[in-house]
Unconditional design. Structure first.
Length: 560
């Protein structure tokens, strides 16, 4: 079978590496796990809003990827022989954000998800090609504003909540503002929705969710949510940042029944970082979102169960087991717990901050936020690496970036390589020893007032968006008095272990560990969080082994 003959219709060019053409050898590998299937013009291979459980490789013919199939269609791409169809949802189980329609009859190879997982496990080079293409396609869909439609007012707290949820979970979507978009009201009428019912989320172009909770939206699009299960897990990880995901990969791969919870999204704060450049093994850097997506796929491939959103509200010990309660009333029982809830960015203390959050004030700098401030002047507040990385990323999209920091020098809290790049960038203005004192603008930000801490002088700086990275507070309120915290609220570890460094990550309660930014004394770096997550699994094994030996000893009959 030759793959060199051009398709009869004009294919979408592969300018980003998102649509590689598979070789005969690669198709042969996939064919061992799939079936050849004839297709006719008009056949739908997968549909927007529904879960697609097959990877399709085009053997003959042409297939279009469209949005809004059956209505006002939007062509996303046109693909011919040798290309495969699908994006990240093939690995995550999420509903499809587009529809695949046969334009020219021919034949496809259909590989079920289970077969795809076997290929991923046994063919690393092919797996990497498929995964990389799927990650790029997800980014492209996000940039195109495909997928979900969120309609609401930018002044609505629920609109901000929904937009933040889909952004943090890296879900393709379009935002329709009833305050600015003249067509929004007619769109609502077309859907049979009254304006006062907004915000709404349109899933699959047809299903309407009226002001859904994060959990309801997650279930509608196939994000995994907590399910009732009486089984006791070996390891329950609370928090799906780098530490939690690393522990999930190592725990599940070593045979532990592993469950991961997160109240918002996988990836933690790292997923909001546009590029991590000092993480071992990625000399060109990697985005926090891609690192998180790869880790999730890896953990699930080994059998870990990841539940998002699932907010832990309490931790207690019952009959030698640990019980974590969730915000929906569910209780999860486990033999060991890893606290990896990380820390959350602090907010500026400013009048009107809350009403501008989600529209002009942000705590992440990802492609989603970059689209919102395209061509506008922006300001970044903070003097650490997160602020520096955000500055370098935003300068590629904004008209100019003003970096505002309290420190006298960039290198006081920022890596030298980042500081050097910022100082040499003509698109960045640095305001040292300064703070934001006022936000100016009614429905959206127009400017900020910045005070020089040395002189007391105040200046008005014209900006349309404000990005805040001023340190973080530990997410430990749910632990109450169950686990000992330090004076700043971080989890104390290594307590009562007689200086045994091997038990460094264990709290004062046996079987409960902490790793990553939430742990008192942690280094607060992605690499160290990953290392602590991996180390925690070894300690979990030691704890479970000790429990087993104790139970065996108790069952032995004493000698006469």
């Amino acid at each position: 079978m030759s793959l060199n003959r051009p398709a009869q219709l004009h294919e979408t060019p592969d300018t980003h590496g998102a649509f590689p053409r598979l070789s005969d050898a690669q198709i042969t590998v996939l064919a061992e796990h799939g079936q050849r299937r004839p297709v006719r013009e008009g056949d739908v291979l997968f549909r927007e809003g529904e879960v697609n459980d097959e990877l399709f490789v085009i053997l003959e013919g042409t297939v279009a990827i469209v949005e809004g199939y059956g209505g006002t269609e939007r062509l996303i791409g046109l693909h011919g022989r040798g290309r495969f169809l699908g994006e990240l949802n093939l690995f995550t189980g999420q509903a499809s954000f587009t529809t695949a329609v046969v334009r020219e009859p021919g034949e496809v190879l259909a590989v079920p998800v289970e077969g795809l997982r076997q290929v991923v496990s046994t063919e690393p080079s092919l797996a990497d090609l498929l995964l990389r293409a799927c990650l790029i396609r997800r980014s492209m869909l996000i940039g195109l504003g495909s997928g979900l439609k969120i309609v609401g007012s930018r002044h609505s707290p629920d609109s901000r909540r929904l937009r933040d949820f889909v952004a943090r979970n890296r879900l393709p979507h379009a935002w329709i503002d009833v305050e600015e978009d003249e067509a929004a009201e007619s769109y609502l009428r077309e859907l049979g929705v009254a304006p006062e019912e907004a915000p709404i989320v349109v899933v699959g172009g047809r299903r309407i969710l009226r002001n859904p909770s994060n959990g309801e939206l997650a279930r509608a699009i196939g994000l995994r949510a907590p399910s009732s299960d009486d089984a006791v897990s070996d390891l329950l990880i609370v928090g799906a940042g780098p530490a939690g995901l690393a522990a999930a990969v190592y725990g599940a791969s070593e045979g532990l029944a592993t469950v991961v919870l997160d109240g918002v999204a996988t990836g933690g704060q790292a997923s909001t970082t546009s590029r991590i450049e000092n993480y071992l093994g990625f000399p060109a850097g990697i985005s926090g979102a891609e690192l998180a997506d790869r880790a999730v796929i890896q953990a699930e491939r080994f059998g870990a169960r990841i539940d998002v959103p699932a907010e832990a509200t309490s931790l207690e010990e019952v009959d030698g087991q640990h019980v974590v309660s969730l915000d929906d009333g569910e209780e999860l029982w486990t033999r060991t717990v890893l606290i990896a809830t990380g820390a959350r960015y602090r907010r500026l203390v400013l009048p009107r901050l809350e009403e501008l959050e989600g529209t002009s004030v942000f705590y992440a700098a990802t492609p989603m936020e970059a689209q919102l401030c395209l061509g506008d002047p922006v300001a970044v507040v903070g003097g650490g690496n997160s602020a520096g990385q955000a500055t370098m990323f935003l300068r590629e999209h904004a008209a100019r970036v003003c970096l505002i920091l309290r420190e006298d020098e960039l290198t006081d809290n920022m890596s030298r390589y980042l500081a050097a790049r910022i100082e040499s960038s003509p698109d960045v203005v640095v305001r040292r020893h300064s703070e934001v004192r006022e936000l100016i603008g009614e429905s959206a930000l127009e400017a900020v007032v910045v005070e020089d801490l040395r002189t007391g002088d105040r200046d008005r700086v014209e900006v349309r968006s404000l990005f805040v990275f001023i340190g973080a507070d530990p997410h430990t309120g749910w632990l109450a008095a169950e686990i000992e915290l330090d004076e700043d609220g971080f989890v104390r570890t290594g307590i009562g272990n007689d200086g045994d460094c091997g038990r460094l990550l264990e709290t004062g309660r046996p079987g409960v560990f902490a790793a990553g930014d939430v742990r008192s004394g942690s280094v607060r770096r992605v690499a160290s969080a990953v290392g602590e997550g991996a180390m925690a699994v070894r300690l979990v094994h030691e704890h479970l082994s000790g429990q087993h030996e104790h139970r065996v000893a108790q069952t032995k009959v004493p000698s006469a």
